[in-house]
Design a protein around this ligand. Structure first.
Ligand code: PHE
Length: 357
């Protein structure tokens, strides 16, 4: 091609063509360059054709060849660059939406029983072979069942409104402060039939309420499992044997358990059962308050007044009762240092609670 045949602005355009292509980072920019060089109106190609029309006859051949050569060069360059940019765009798109149809789908999180319910179920399973069945009572109780029937005197501090939630609109009604009122309900129900039954033994799991501040070992709502056995000539040996068996079933044969004399108005004698703190191994920590032991049970032989109140003759019938703190026990079994974790229901915590099965 003879460069002298073409005007300087076309020659400039031709020199600038490779950079113009290179500068296009997307297809829109490339379309603009394409319009400028080879578009149907007002492009370098159109202007070259106009030059050809007015060129002297003897130049037409050579000029036409030069123009065609340039147009072909531009069209090929544009096409090649368009191919590159399209490939780049496809790759970017496929990265953004990349998915592997062979991957297994994400597993849906499975629903499960709460660790506290699992522990209560486990206790029930431990006691069932010993002949215990499950009883229930309401969380909204009468003062009579929560206190009177349990030999708790009128002036007992636990009856005060500083410790107990009373319903202001219903005199004599409260949120039960322990599961022991189920003792009263069951004894009263079975009293007429107790001869035929030969006694009774049951567990009563459930929620209880006390005006306690929330901290790592206290909550105004917590759970207990009540246990009761009524029969003939029942003594501390039966209570100790039963609870020692249950504690070993729960904490393992090596569990360290101690019985300590204590006082509850509805038992005589009364005791508390401690387990050696599994969180610190007994050296003392926040959970065991430095003592190395954690109280998880109150227990004792049923007070004669409780039997009498329910309509049973204490000269014929005797028995034992116990009340276990479920959160305390769950903390010990699962080595959880803060009972609030059981109520916050963070799934990451709940999923690690397999030890309570
Ligand atoms: N009800 C008692 C408490 O809540 C526990 C207990 C139950 C004690 C049965 C003795 C017998 O602390």
């Amino acid at each position: 091609m003879d460069p002298n045949l073409l005007p300087p602005e076309i020659l400039d355009a031709e020199r600038g063509f490779p950079q113009a292509l290179e500068a296009c980072t997307d297809l829109d920019a490339l379309m603009r360059v394409k319009g400028l060089y080879t578009g149907r109106d007002d492009s370098h190609a159109v202007r070259m054709m106009e030059l050809l029309k007015v060129a002297p006859k003897e130049q037409k051949r050579a000029l036409g060849a030069a123009i065609n050569g340039l147009k072909n060069l531009w069209e090929e360059g544009l096409k090649a660059r368009q191919g590159e940019l399209e490939t780049a765009r496809r790759q970017a798109n496929s990265l953004a939406t990349s998915w592997d149809p062979d991957l297994p789908p994400p597993l849906p999180t499975r629903g499960a029983l709460h660790p506290l319910n699992r522990l209560m179920d486990r206790l029930i399973d431990i006691f069932r072979p010993l002949g215990y069945h499950v009883e229930e009572g309401p969380e909204a109780e009468s003062e009579a069942n929560n206190f009177d029937g349990l030999n708790i005197p009128e002036d007992h501090p636990a009856r005060g409104s500083a410790d107990t939630f009373y319903f202001s609109a219903h005199k004599g009604r409260l949120l039960r402060t322990h599961t022991s009122p189920v003792q009263v309900r069951v004894l009263q129900r079975v009293a007429p039939d107790i001869e035929r039954l030969g006694g009774i033994r049951f567990l009563a799991p459930g929620r209880v309420y006390r005006k306690d501040e929330i901290d790592p070992t206290h909550s105004p709502m917590f759970h207990q499992v009540e246990g009761m056995l009524v029969g003939h000539d029942i003594g501390m040996q039966h209570l100790k044997g039963t609870l020692a068996y249950a504690m070993k079933a729960l904490f393992g044969p090596g569990a360290d358990v101690r019985f300590r004399p204590s006082y509850f108005p509805f038992v005589e004698p009364g005791c508390e059962v401690d387990v050696r703190c599994p969180l610190c191994g007994g050296s003392g920590c926040r959970v065991c308050k430095g003592s190395g032991w954690v109280e998880i049970l109150g227990a004792g032989l049923i007070h004669p007044n409780v039997l009498t109140f329910a309509g049973l003759d204490p000269k014929i019938w005797s028995g034992f009762a116990f009340g276990m703190g479920v959160e305390r026990t769950a903390m010990m079994v699962s080595q959880t240092p803060d009972l609030r974790l059981f109520f916050e229901n963070d799934q990451r915590f709940l999923m690690t609670m397999g030890g309570l099965d």
